[in-house]
Design a protein around this ligand. Structure first.
Ligand SMILES: Cc1cc2nc3c(=O)[nH]c(=O)nc-3n(C[C@H](O)[C@H](O)[C@H](O)COP(=O)(O)OP(=O)(O)OC[C@H]3O[C@@H](n4cnc5c(N)ncnc54)[C@H](O)[C@@H]3O)c2cc1C
Length: 385
């Protein structure tokens, strides 16, 4: 059986590997010269990820990847670094706000999905705690108004990020680009034909997994229903001369941003004596870039003393509709665009109907899409005999 995969990001590479494992002869088409999509990293000496930072080792996608030797070289957060985690709360940098600690102790509390987090959280945790919790989740939400999202969506993520089994996050040594190389090498070993600089403008003949962003899939499939809520954030990567005492990570309980100093875990990401920091702050509705940048620089001023004098490199980018699915009240992941589109077409990516956190959705949907495609073909082959 021949299987086409459109898109060479995490979802496309995973679908190609899962398809080859299922017995298909796979061709993957990627419009860019390089593979990886949002999982690309910049070239040294500053190896900055396009967005993603950690792979969560406590989820089913990690297990699927690990069983196949597809998890690249990675490191859990060292205790020393974990102790360097800080919060911005009421314009100061310090330990976790009391409201966050109190919320984290409610391990058994479940939130409904038919009401927004602001309403439910205020009722169950109090207004201040609810705001501190919602904003702290900027680390995975990338949304300026997290209290508008489904209560279950925000609360489940808060519980996962603060789970006692922590640290589940794994940092990829050499950046996410190293993972892309690892996955593409395996795909090639399994016989996947990879065609870069091959933009697909019309669906190829035969079973096809469309593993592009949801926006690109909408255009390719001519289906205007392929839409889902996602984040909108300003991201800044900074090279900074190292300064003893800089925090490792800052959860921003004031404004839903976050800041992380990756070189604490992987010093190879920046030149010797320097740190690589990524900071992000969601863009408010109707807000111009200069205004968001000014707010983001207040976060930097508060968290990283003298960062301007220590600056050696800077990259700014805006991620809109690129930070994965966000569920509004009244919806869950099951309501997102279905994987099986009928007639041998399958969707994979981080805004489709699959569970998980951020890139996990892309991996899970890709495995499912490839399974559905190869199973359908086996059924058709059996029927014709
Ligand atoms: C700021 C930010 C932070 C994030 N943090 C994390 C994190 O910490 N952990 C985590 O797990 N995830 C994180 N994510 C999410 C993660 O980056 C994505 O879920 C994942 O990279 C999506 O992969 P994908 O393959 O679905 O899509 P993409 O990476 O967008 O890949 C789609 C590919 O399809 C190609 N393409 C598009 N149209 C066509 C066409 N017509 N023909 C051929 N090719 C085409 C594109 O060029 C692209 O390479 C973050 C994302 C952002 C932006």
């Amino acid at each position: 059986m021949e299987l086409n995969v459109v898109g060479g990001g995490l979802a496309g590479l995973t679908a190609a590997i899962a398809g080859a494992e299922g017995g298909a002869t796979v061709t993957l088409y990627e419009s860019h010269a390089t593979l990886g999509g949002r999982a690309r990293s910049t070239e040294p000496p500053y190896v900055a990820n396009d967005g993603p930072h950690v792979l969560y080792s406590d989820g089913a996608p990690y297990v699927w990847l690990e069983r196949r030797g597809l998890v690249p070289r990675s490191k859990a957060l060292p205790l020393r670094a974990a102790l360097g985690t800080r919060w911005r709360y009421r314009e100061r940098i310090g330990g976790p706000p009391t409201g966050v600690l109190r919320a984290a102790s409610h391990r058994r509390l479940r939130a409904p999905n038919d009401v927004d987090f602001g309403t439910w959280g205020t009722e169950r945790l109090g207004a201040d705690s609810a705001r501190a919790v919602a904003n702290m989740m900027g680390v995975v939400l990338f949304h300026a108004e997290p209290e508008r999202l489904s209560a279950a969506f925000v609360w489940d993520r808060f519980q996962r990020v603060t789970t006692p089994g922590w640290p589940a996050p794994r940092y990829l040594i050499g950046g996410w680009g190293a993972w892309v190389e690892h996955l593409s090498a395996r795909a090639r070993e399994m016989g996947v034909r990879i065609e870069t600089r091959s933009r697909v403008d019309a669906l190829p003949q035969g079973p096809t997994v469309v593993a592009t962003s949801l926006n690109a899939a909408r255009t390719l499939l001519g289906d205007d229903t392929l839409r889902w809520e996602s984040g909108h954030t300003l991201m800044v990567d900074l090279g900074l001369t190292r300064r003893h005492g800089d925090p490792f990570l800052v959860f921003d309980s004031d404004e839903c941003g976050f800041l992380e100093r990756y070189t604490v875990v992987d010093p190879t990401l920046a030149p010797e004596g320097e740190d690589l920091v990524q900071a992000q702050l969601p863009v408010r509705p109707g807000e111009g870039r200069a205004k968001t940048n000014a707010r983001l620089e207040v976060l930097l001023d508060t968290a990283l003393p003298e960062w301007r004098e220590r600056l050696t490199w800077r990259r700014d980018q805006v991620a809109r509709g690129r930070t994965g699915a966000l569920d509004l009240p009244g919806t869950t992941w099951r309501d997102r665009p279905a994987i099986d589109r009928g007639e041998g077409v399958y969707l994979a990516g981080d805004q489709v109907a699959a569970p998980g956190l951020l890139g996990e959705v892309a991996v899970t949907s890709a495995v499912r899409a490839a399974e559905l495609a190869t199973a359908r073909h086996s059924r058709a082959a059996t029927d014709s005999r």
